[in-house]
Design a binder for this molecule. Structure first.
Ligand code: PLP
Length: 383
């Protein structure tokens, strides 16, 4: 395996001089480019006062970057402050043409998806959860049993934030579409680490954000809505940036945009847009497909190391069912994460597991350091 990719870019991430960083599933490492983008925001603010024309233009540039990333058109992208904001707006207006009112969700969803979906029960929706099987996947036949003629929407996550399990997204979308249901894909743990093409997938809605594998910061996210679905969705959760003409400043009616900006809300998150564009540009330069391939080599190497020291991996072993994050069973995840942090190895805990996530800047030496660290603290590994 070649380490050419990380070694060509590591000096752009000062944190990597001080620590082994395997926590991109929580937040990507800060690059010099993103730091400079934040500085540019402050300089523009200081020098120009209130350059709102420039800032609205930059929000449009973020929309174009998200569109390019997903192989979507710009009219299909809402620029939001979080996945929660975009998905809440979407579900506030989503009415199935046949009057269907059931939402099927996998048990791998992030809390915000679960909570927003259950909030729809207050408006008459029925919610059906699809549990995982012992192999830490959501089996297609269980999904198939749950998706019926009442199902309006199926909510799935690309890579589960708790255990790293990767969904066979295309198969679920085909299944849901055959039953006449729409699909919402939470891509947060995949976007930037796995190439996503909304046309190839045929997906209806995709949410995600910049703070993890897109190397931006918190406070910038997107919602993709397939163009032909836009006319039938009128959000009731809204704001003035969702209007068909924000400069009209109209307070006498509600005329949402015909494009996906109908899912936007208030003033755009300008500082995070500077950072998010810089992060996306960086991933454009580095290459998401190249990153995915590089990370597949690192995770294979990690699994060999885990086997060697007798650690129990929670993420499925099948390479098709895992992505950039590998979860390992522990007896005390918080203490293990703290012990590794004392050794300058940065990871994160979740649900009894330690999460080890890999990105373009991680190297084979990082993998060795993590395996050695786990071996050193092996009293916290669950066998
Ligand atoms: C899968 C997934 N969905 C959503 C989120 C965050 O959602 P929001 O942008 O609403 O905070 C995260 C992580 O923070 C995540 O891992």
């Amino acid at each position: 395996m070649t380490d050419a990719l990380p070694h060509s870019i590591r000096d752009r991430f000062p944190l990597l001089e001080r620590a082994v960083y395997t926590n991109s599933c929580s937040q990507g490492a800060l690059s010099n480019e993103v730091r400079a983008a934040y500085q540019r925001y402050l300089t523009d603010w200081d020098e120009k006062g209130a350059p709102w024309d420039l800032w609205v233009e930059l929000a449009g540039a973020a929309r174009s970057r998200f569109a390019r990333l997903l192989h979507a058109s710009t009219d299909e992208i809402a620029v939001t402050t979080s996945v929660s904001a975009g998905v809440s707006s979407l579900l506030s207006g989503l009415r199935h043409p046949d009057g269907r009112n059931k939402i099927v969700i996998s048990d791998f969803e992030f809390p915000t998806i679960g909570q927003i979906v259950h909030a729809q029960e207050l408006l008459g929706a029925k919610v059906k959860h699809v549990p995982a099987s012992a192999d830490v996947t959501i089996p297609l036949d269980r999904l198939a049993e749950s998706i019926d003629e009442e199902t309006a929407l199926v909510a799935i996550t690309y890579v589960c934030f708790r255990n790293g399990s990767k969904t066979d997204v295309k198969a679920v979308i085909d299944l849901a579409h055959e039953a006449g249901a729409l699909v919402l894909l939470d891509s947060f743990q995949a976007v930037g680490a796995i190439p996503i093409d909304v046309r190839d997938l045929g997906v209806d809605f995709v949410a995600g954000g910049t703070l993890k594998y897109l190397l931006g910061s918190a406070g910038l996210a997107f919602l993709y809505c397939r163009a032909d679905l836009l006319p039938q969705i009128t959000p009731t959760q809204t704001g003035w940036f969702a209007d068909e003409d924000i400069f009209q400043m109209d307070i006498y009616d509600y005329s949402p945009s015909a494009t996906a900006t109908k899912f936007e809300s208030g003033t755009p998150p300008i500082p995070n847009i500077y950072a998010g564009i810089a992060g996306m540009d960086l991933m454009d330069e580095i290459g998401i497909a190249e990153t995915e391939q590089h990370v597949a080599g690192l995770t294979d190497q990690l699994i060999e190391g885990l086997d060697r020291i007798g650690a129990r991996m929670v993420t499925p072993r099948d390479p098709a069912r895992r992505g950039p994050m590998i979860a390992v069973a522990t007896t005390d995840e918080k203490t293990l994460v703290a012990a590794l942090a004392d050794d300058a190895i940065l990871t994160s805990p979740r649900d009894g597991n330690i999460r080890l996530s890999w990105h373009c800047y991680n190297s084979a030496e990082d993998v060795e350091a993590v395996v050695a660290g786990l071996e050193r603290h092996s009293e916290f590994l669950a066998r």
